[in-house]
Design a protein around this ligand. Structure first.
Ligand code: IMP
Ligand code: MG
Length: 333
C-alpha cells in the first residue's frame, strides 16, 4: 500500500470486489473509497454469505475500515440505505458532500432512450444522472436531509489519511474498456472515465500520491450489453467451458471470450499498472480450486500466469482460486 488504485482491465466483472475484500482484511485497510455509481455491482463472498454491493465499498468486511463514497461518485439513496442496513456499517461510512444523486426519473429516462437500449445499458439511469450533473442541475448529497448523518468532507479525510501514512484503497468500478474516453469502444461505453487516473481524480487524490495501481484481470473475458467483444464464443461453448456467467446486478447473461494478452498489455500500460491481480484461475484450471500457494498450482496454470507476466511486463501478485475473500495466492513480498 499505502495508496492503491484498483482498476478493472476489461469490460467489468473481473472480480474487483473479491480482490478488495481480501486486501481489506490482509492489509488492514484504513480507508476504502468507492467511485462510480450504482450500475456496478461488486460481489463479496465472506463467511458463507454473498453480497452484491452497488454503493457500499467492498472492504466493509473489515470492521476497522472507514468506508467512503467519493466526491465524483453518483449516489442512489435507496440502494445506499439498503446496503448500509445489510452490512451494518452505519457508524463508519461517509458520503462526500458533493457527490451527486441519481433519482428514479433517471432510470425511467435511461429505459425510454432508444440509444441507450441499443447500447444495452444497465437501466439504472446513470447516463441521464451524469448528464444532469454536467448541466449543473443535479442534486448533491449535501442537499438531502436524510443523508445528513453520513455527509462528510471525504477529500480532506482521505488526504489527511495519506499524510499520516494510512492504508487507502481507491475502489474503481466497471472496466477500462467501458471508459467514456479511453477504451476506444464509444458509443458502447459507460458515462464516465473508468481508468486509474479517473478513479484517483473522483476520490480527490492527485496522481503523485498514488503508490500502486493494481489492474484486475479475469482468466477469461466477459461483457454485458452491446458492442464488440474480440474472440467471442457462443453461449453453448461458454457453458461447456464453465465460463457462462449471469450479472450480479442486473441478472443479464454475460457474453464471453478467451483471455486477450494484447489487450491486457495495452490496458496495463495505459493505466500505469504496477501489479496485476488474476481472478477465477480455478474456472479455467479446476484443479487449482482453493489453492493458496503458487507452488501448489498445476504446471499449466503456472504457465498461464507466467505468460501474462511476460506479455504484459507486470507482476501477477494476487491470484484468485475460489469465490471466498480468502481464496487467494498472495505473491507480494
Ligand atoms: P450504463 O453504465 O448503465 O449506462 O451502461 C453502459 C454500458 O456499460 C453497458 O454495456 C453496460 O452493460 C455496461 N456496464 C455498466 N456498468 C457495468 C458493470 O458494472 N459491469 C459490467 N458492465 C457494465
Ligand atoms: Mg459487476
Amino acid at each position: 500500500m499505502p495508496c492503491t488504485v484498483i482498476v478493472g482491465a476489461f469490460w467489468g466483472d473481473e472480480g474487483k470486489g473479491k480482490i478488495i475484500s481480501y486486501l481489506a482484511l490482509k492489509d488492514n485497510l484504513d480507508f476504502c473509497v468507492r467511485t462510480g455509481s450504482v450500475n456496478a455491482a461488486h460481489t463479496v463472498w465472506y463467511e458463507n454469505k454473498k453480497y452484491a454491493l452497488h454503493m457500499v465499498p467492498a472492504a466493509f468486511i473489515n470492521p476497522k475500515t472507514r468506508l467512503l463514497v467519493a466526491a465524483g461518485a453518483n449516489v442512489h439513496v435507496a440502494q445506499f440505505f439498503k446496503e448500509v442496513e445489510l452490512t451494518q456499517v452505519q457508524t463508519r461510512i461517509g458520503i462526500d458532500e458533493n457527490a451527486s444523486i441519481i433519482e428514479e426519473k433517471h432510470s425511467a429516462q435511461d429505459k425510454a432512450s432508444a440509444v441507450n437500449k441499443g447500447i444495452g445499458t444497465t437501466g439504472w439511469g446513470v447516463g441521464p444522472a451524469i448528464e444532469e450533473r454536467v448541466k449543473r442541475t443535479a442534486k448533491l448529497a449535501k442537499d438531502l436531509p436524510e443523508l445528513k448523518p453520513y455527509v462528510a468532507d471525504t477529500i480532506t479525510e482521505i488526504n489527511d489519511g495519506l499524510d499520516q501514512g494510512k492504508n487507502v484503497l481507491l475502489e474503481g468500478t466497471q472496466g477500462f474498456m467501458l471508459s467514456l474516453f479511453l477504451g476506444g469502444g464509444y458509443p458502447y461505453v459507460t458515462s464516465r472515465d473508468t481508468g486509474a487516473s479517473a478513479i484517483a481524480s473522483e476520490a480527490g487524490v492527485g496522481p503523485t500520491r498514488v503508490d500502486e495501481v493494481i489492474i484486475v484481470f479475469k482468466s477469461f473475458i466477459t461483457r454485458v450489453g452491446a458492442g464488440p467483444l474480440p474472440g467471442e464464443i457462443t453461449k453453448e461453448e461458454a457453458l461447456k467451458r464453465g465460463w457462462f456467467e449471469v450479472a450480479a446486478g442486473t441478472g443479464r447473461e454475460r457474453r464471453s471470450a478467451p483471455f486477450d494478452f494484447d489487450l491486457a498489455k495495452k490496458n496495463a500500460r495505459i493505466n500505469g499498472a504496477t501489479q496485476a491481480a488474476l481472478t477465477k484461475l480455478d474456472v479455467i484450471f479446476p484443479e487449482c480450486n482453493g489453492k493458496r500457494r503458487f507452488d501448489d498450482l498445476s504446471a499449466e496454470a503456472k504457465q498461464f500466469v507466467k505468460e501474462i507476466e511476460e506479455k504484459t511486463g507486470v507482476p501477477v501478485t494476487l491470484i484468485g482460486t475460489g469465490p471466498n475473500a480468502l481464496d487467494i495466492i498472495d505473491r507480494r513480498k
